[in-house]
Ligand binder design. Structure first.
Ligand SMILES: Nc1ncnc2c1ncn2[C@@H]1O[C@H](COP(=O)(O)OP(=O)(O)O)[C@@H](O)[C@H]1O
Ligand SMILES: [Mg+2]
Length: 369
């Protein structure tokens, strides 16, 4: 997929932006607070229908306006198409070639995006929530149906949590069925994804770190000791048993304490947990390896790399890692959007076909390179 023409209206501080991105690197420069991240956020929303930052959709609409719009012509497997998304108080609507899309898996046919922002550098070090988000977004990039499956799970979880707080024991059983079925489905997806990513993470980490580096292992760790092996039915039965066993405690606390929403992704180096024992440099190299693994995996699955969004990452990486990352990107036949306050940091990612833009106060102007 390649964005050919992008237009943004009233999205955060971007009143009206129309730009023709490079087929390769589009470099967005500007001082802080000008709208660089907002621009990447608009592209991310268009390509994933998810907000990049944890926000309410209404925050995306420019102050004083009623709706935000992002649209792009993109070159996908089915030829040139037009994708659009509109955000207003009531929610968001996705359009493909002008028609509102209800079945979103068709919308995503050909669209996939991976974003890398400074917050991601904490992926290994911080709590499990970020790792679960990484996993679910990666799973959904890989299999668009995960969007609906994850939503089913969250709905079932909320319903059961509400029932735990109010309803009788007998009533709880009727909420458990949908929850364990949706939970098992999600587990199967995550397990399949981790199996695909693990060898790629090990290889990328070894390459980033050079000779003598410890072996990086990526593994899925379900909460409450629920084993993640076996068929989907077996997983559902095991999850049901765990919920049964924890019922009294869960009722006291008012939430469900086993299931995919409590699970974690574990990264280790030579058998030691990287979260506790890795140096900051190793943890960051692991984050880079995770991102590269996701990109390479999508590239293998889709037959082309996903769209890449790099928000101000170069200023956060040491020169060696920044050089590695930008060198990797420069060699990848992908469309990439990069932001920075400092043009020099992104120089290694630029090539003859790069496009440079200046972002100032919500307006975007081409820069002559
Ligand atoms: N809904 C909105 N309407 C108008 N401006 C907004 C909205 N949300 C955020 N902003 C503005 O966007 C600016 C931040 O843009 P951002 O893209 O994060 O900057 P940067 O160039 O540093 O990445 C801030 O000035 C903020 O006030
Ligand atoms: Mg920013």
């Amino acid at each position: 997929m390649r964005l050919v023409q992008l237009s943004i209206r009233d999205f955060r501080n971007l009143a009206a932006v129309d730009l023709a991105p490079s087929p390769r690197a589009t470099i967005l420069l500007g001082e802080n607070g000008q709208g660089k991240t907002n621009l990447l956020e608009a592209i991310y929303l268009l390509t994933t229908l998810k907000p990049l930052r944890a926000v309410r959709l209404a925050e995306l609409v420019r102050f004083g306006e009623e709706r935000a719009q992002v649209a792009a012509d993109f070159d996908g497997p089915g030829g040139l198409r037009r994708a659009a998304v509109e955000v207003q108080a009531g929610g968001r609507t996705a359009f493909l070639d002008g028609k509102p899309q209800e079945r979103l898996d068709t919308y995503f046919d050909g669209l996939a995006a991976v974003c890398f922002a400074p917050d991601d550098l904490l992926l290994v070090k911080a709590g499990p929530e970020g790792r679960r988000r990484f996993l679910d977004r990666a799973a959904f990039n890989r299999w668009p149906a995960v969007l609906g499956e994850a939503r089913d799970f969250v709905r079932a979880l909320r319903a059961r949590n509400a029932a735990l707080r109010t309803a009788s024991l007998e009533v709880d059983a009727s909420f458990r069925g949908p929850l364990v079925r949706a939970g098992a489905r999600l587990l199967v997806r995550r397990r399949a994804l981790v199996a695909e990513l693990a060898p790629r993470v090990a290889a990328a980490f070894a390459e980033i770190s050079g000779p003598g580096a410890p072996a990086a292992v990526l593994a899925y760790r379900p909460a409450a000791g629920v084993r993640a092996e076996g068929s989907e039915d077996e997983l559902a039965a095991r999850l049901a048993a765990a919920l049964e066993e924890r019922l009294h405690r869960d009722r006291e606390r008012g939430y469900t304490s086993a299931g995919p929403h409590m699970d974690d992704l574990v990264l280790s180096l030579d058998g030691r947990g990287a979260r506790l024992y890795g140096s900051q440099g190793q943890q960051r190299a692991l984050v880079l390896a995770l991102k590269i693994a996701e990109i390479e995996n999508l590239r293998a699955a889709l037959g082309r790399p996903p769209l890449l969004l790099l928000d101000d990452v170069s200023s956060e990486l040491d020169p060696a890692k920044n050089g590695y990352l930008l060198g990797y990107l420069a060699a990848l036949p992908a469309q990439v959007f990069l932001t920075s306050t400092d043009r020099r940091l992104l120089e290694p990612a630029a090539g003859p076909d790069s496009a440079f833009f200046q972002v100032a106060n919500g307006a975007v102007q081409p820069l002559v390179s």
